[in-house]
Design a protein. Sequence first.
Length: 317
Amino acid sequence: MFGIIKKFHEFGLVGINKRNAGYTLTYNPRNKYPLVDDKLLTKKLAIEADLAVPELYGVIDSVGQLKKLESILDPYTQFVIKPAQGSGGDGIMVIADRFEKDWQTVNGQILLTCEIEQHITNILSGIYSLGGMTDRAMIEYCVQFDPLFSEISHQGVPDVRIIVFQGVPVMGMVRLPTRKSCGKANLHQGAIGVGIDLSNGHTLTGVQSNKIIHTHPDTRNTIVGVKIPQWDKLLTIAAGCYELSGMGYLGVDIVLDRDKGPLILELNARPGLAIQIANRVGLESRLERVKKAKLDKASIEERIAYSKAEFANKIIL
């Protein structure tokens, strides 16, 4: 592992300090952070810009409002509960089915309504939020993932992360849930990150717990060479989030719903750096090339054309 990291440093691996000092602090205005740190504000912005997001079923912003929880949940058998200001996927609860008054999570756990209420109470207290501040609980549509992912994912919903710099997509990966991650697309909890060739949307090699892999550990199917559906639309959505958010450096997380198509899941002003290992290339050279190209005033179409031409990857086995 240390050999891989040393090699990446030689090829421009961006670490946390360089990301923060060189890009997030420089290109992300402080007054814009609430727009991406608060998922409710992000959702409102996306809707106003006519971009698709998972439907919001309800919001609980105080313990007193828990009395309306049953009426919010009553029409649904599936839903997601998440903290509005959560970080790293913590605090997200995915309900996949209901049995009379009980609920089943995506990994098969049976919950009583009172247990869901307790989880929401934890969200409200700020256990999962950035800075530990009091929070709100969002209840929203549970994405039904595209059938393409059924052979390379375990239980949960995969998502696509695209790093956008000055409006230009510079790197992408698909995050695949595993048994180890309990069905969540969270790399820190054991999900897989798989690099994507920006020029055509084909997957490259993957990384799980900092180890390079080529097959999904649960399904045993290859994760290499899979074509991401509607790739050009995903690039268009990601590039457009530059104008949407006013952020010069951000991660755009998109899910592919089998019925609704691409949906913006969230924006991240401090996207993680494991995407470089998944793509087996450092971010620095790509970011510096975009700076020199001065495309921040170019159209979305021009920025995507530049990205596809400049940042094509080759599968490295």
